[in-house]
Ligand binder design. Structure first.
Ligand SMILES: [Zn+2]
Length: 401
């Protein structure tokens, strides 16, 4: 205390600075009181050979739970013939093998799920006075995410049923259940970065090398669509295999969360081949729709490359192409591309790619028919959820996964 008459704030600061030591000591005292019989155990019968073993001196085990450092001088027993060691206190207290205690891992994981790892470390240190290494945070969040699948992130069955029933009520047509499947490239922490020094300066320097390292997080947003609105039902993004994301709607269906007869199923996706391979295999009856917004981007690109400065010509051509696509005539749209005399090599290449793209998308461009059936033709409405989830959560600055 610098002052003889400290203010409440000064006292608070002093207590906060010592909180780890204080609560750690209290915990030690509680262990000593409540586990006295185990702490002072002099002998133990070997669980395998029944020999009577004497307590051996052992270094205290130091743990760092959220309450601060807890040092436990506990007896240790070793049976030489069985080559087996036992620490009864560790069992009595259910201490894990892991160096970082469970409560700190849990706090770290909760923070890391909500904010970037670096912010999580800062917040934890500021609010609890505890440090959690960059490595531990990544390891814990990584392990958790491996155990989490679509069913763990789904709303409960009853809530899902209510959402579906509310949409279906009073409708002549069953609502359309749209699965918008998509991939997003997200920055991830490379293998070689794991277990390295955690000093912030070094970490920052290392990160410079990680730029551009990333993996594709694949996922979907499931929404109920009718004339009036789009209701978000479920969404999930994960770095996983094509088969995993393709099978996710199947798991949802198998768990009874959204039965296939509850609404007309449809899938919206861009040109990515993996999406349609999965859909064909798992949902042969679902209506397949090539995302109109995605098409428009491609058409605009061709228009720009082919007509360059002639903006009016480019616009007229783009409009005629979008009309052909809107009428669901892929062949007619292909003809529109084939009729172009490529201005240069770049335009020729883009035109060639788009013709192939339309050919591969046959049967998914049926926008006018889709509209009449109440199906969405683009992922525009779903895009906002996409931006919210994939982009803000996964791609935000400082976030590594
Ligand atoms: Zn033994």
């Amino acid at each position: 205390m610098p002052d003889d008459a400290p203010s409440l704030e000064e006292l608070t600061h002093a207590v906060l600075a010592m909180r780890q030591e204080l609560t750690g000591r209290i915990t030690e005292a509680l262990v000593a009181q409540r586990q006295a019989h185990v702490l002072h155990q002099r002998t133990l019968t070997c669980p395998d050979c029944q020999r009577l073993l004497p307590a051996r001196p052992a270094p205290p085990r130091t743990g760092h739970p959220l309450v601060g450092e807890v040092a436990l001088a506990r007896p240790y027993f070793y049976c030489i013939p069985c080559q087996q060691g036992v620490s009864p206190l560790d069992d009595a207290l259910q201490l894990s093998e892991r160096r970082t205690p469970w409560d700190r891992q849990k706090a770290g994981a909760r923070l890391a799920a909500a904010v970037p790892f670096e912010t999580a470390q800062e917040l934890l240190a500021e609010l609890t006075g505890l440090a959690l290494s960059d490595h531990t945070l990544h390891a814990v969040a990584g392990e958790l995410s491996h155990e989490v699948g679509v069913l763990e992130v789904s709303p409960p069955t009853a809530e899902m049923a209510t959402r579906v029933a509310e949409r279906a009520a009073g409708q002549t047509w069953r609502p359309v259940l749209v699965w918008a499947i998509d991939g997003a490239f997200v920055p991830t922490r490379p293998e070689q970065a794991k277990g390295q020094a955690t000093g912030r300066r070094r970490t920052r320097a290392k990160r410079a090398h990680w730029e551009g390292e990333g993996q594709e997080a694949k996922g979907f947003r499931c929404s109920l669509v009718d004339k009036a609105r789009i209701v978000q039902v479920l969404s999930c993004d994960q770095v996983c295999t094509d088969a995993d994301v393709g099978a996710a709607p199947k798991h949802v269906q198998a768990a009874g969360l959204i039965p296939e007869d509850q609404g007309r199923w449809c899938v919206i996706g861009d040109g990515a081949k993996w999406i349609w391979t999965q859909v064909k295999a798992l949902f042969p009856t679902a209506v397949q729709i090539l995302d109109y917004d995605h098409c428009r981007e491609h058409v605009h690109k061709v228009g720009g490359l082919q007509f360059g400065e002639e903006a009016a010509k480019a616009q007229a051509w783009v409009e005629s192409m979008m009309a052909r696509l809107f009428w669901g005539d892929g062949d007619w749209a292909s003809e529109g591309l084939e009729a172009l005399q490529p201005r240069d090599h770049q335009a020729a290449e883009e035109i060639r790619k788009r013709i192939g793209f339309l050919r591969n998308s046959a049967g998914r461009v049926h926008d006018r028919a889709a509209r009449k059936g109440g199906y969405p033709i683009g992922s525009g409405g779903i895009e906002s959820a996409n931006t919210c989830i994939s982009h803000m959560r996964l791609k935000r600055s400082g976030a590594w996964w």
